[in-house]
Ligand binder design. Sequence first.
Ligand SMILES: CC(C)(COP(=O)(O)OP(=O)(O)OC[C@H]1O[C@@H](n2cnc3c(N)ncnc32)[C@H](O)[C@@H]1OP(=O)(O)O)[C@@H](O)C(=O)NCCC(=O)NCCS
Length: 230
Amino acid sequence: MTELLLAAAGGLAREVMAAVRDGSRYDILGLVDDDPARTGTVLDGAHILGRLEDVREYPSVHLVVCAGSGTVRADIVRRLGVLGVAQNRYATIIHPSVTVPEGCSVGEGSILLANVVMTAAVQIGNHVVAMPQVTFTHEDVVEDFATFAAGATLGGSVTIGRAAYVGMNCSIRQNVRIGAQAVVGMGAAVVADVPDGQTWVGVPARQIPPPPRQGPASDETAAPAGEGER
Ligand SMILES: CC(C)(COP(=O)(O)OP(=O)(O)OC[C@H]1O[C@@H](n2cnc3c(N)ncnc32)[C@H](O)[C@@H]1OP(=O)(O)O)[C@@H](O)C(=O)NCCC(=O)NCCS
């Protein structure tokens, strides 16, 4: 069995550990997290071995980044790259209930939880997270770091931009593009393209205004590993 180290000890890490323990080729070595107070503690039977920088002590283990927000995952992957972690060290976590049909692909570092469905010719990039019961249909394309909350459903030929967030139980009409870092609220029905960075909610989905501008100290990309759950 290959050893697996999880980065960011939050709710998604707990779900990934449950998926791995349900049957996969990985053995959980432990977790790393930016919060130094958590070093030496235990999460669901797995030890928090140190901070993100401590991955250098485990040069041959596989990793998966478990921050709930795609922009936070992207920042952690960038930091891990500086620490020498190559893309081919990332594990792809696929719950045993999920089938990846011939002609579909799932990138390195991506996480597919229980009962995710891919019908045909679905392309999922790197470090994508799909929570339980997400449905991808023919020719969907998902760019790196996108996140899908439970029950999201995509029609055919939908494109999801880099680090977009698709909320629980929303539906996305066929041929629609969700822009990079856009957010679709839970329960939305998206019937038109969502531009980069916008937040859309409702049935049919419409934009909600962005929150007031915030200073760099609260920029999500600067959030420590483990934060950023939406
Ligand atoms: C869309 C979302 C990101 C907005 O969050 P936010 O920026 O904090 O916005 P607020 O909660 O301040 O809401 C802003 C307005 O949008 C409305 N709104 C928020 N989410 C909504 C939704 N999903 N559907 C319809 N309206 C929504 C609010 O009622 C509020 O309306 P008001 O200004 O008339 O009072 C969030 O509500 C959401 O749906 N997140 C996804 C949750 C999810 O899927 N979680 C899964 C975790 S695993």
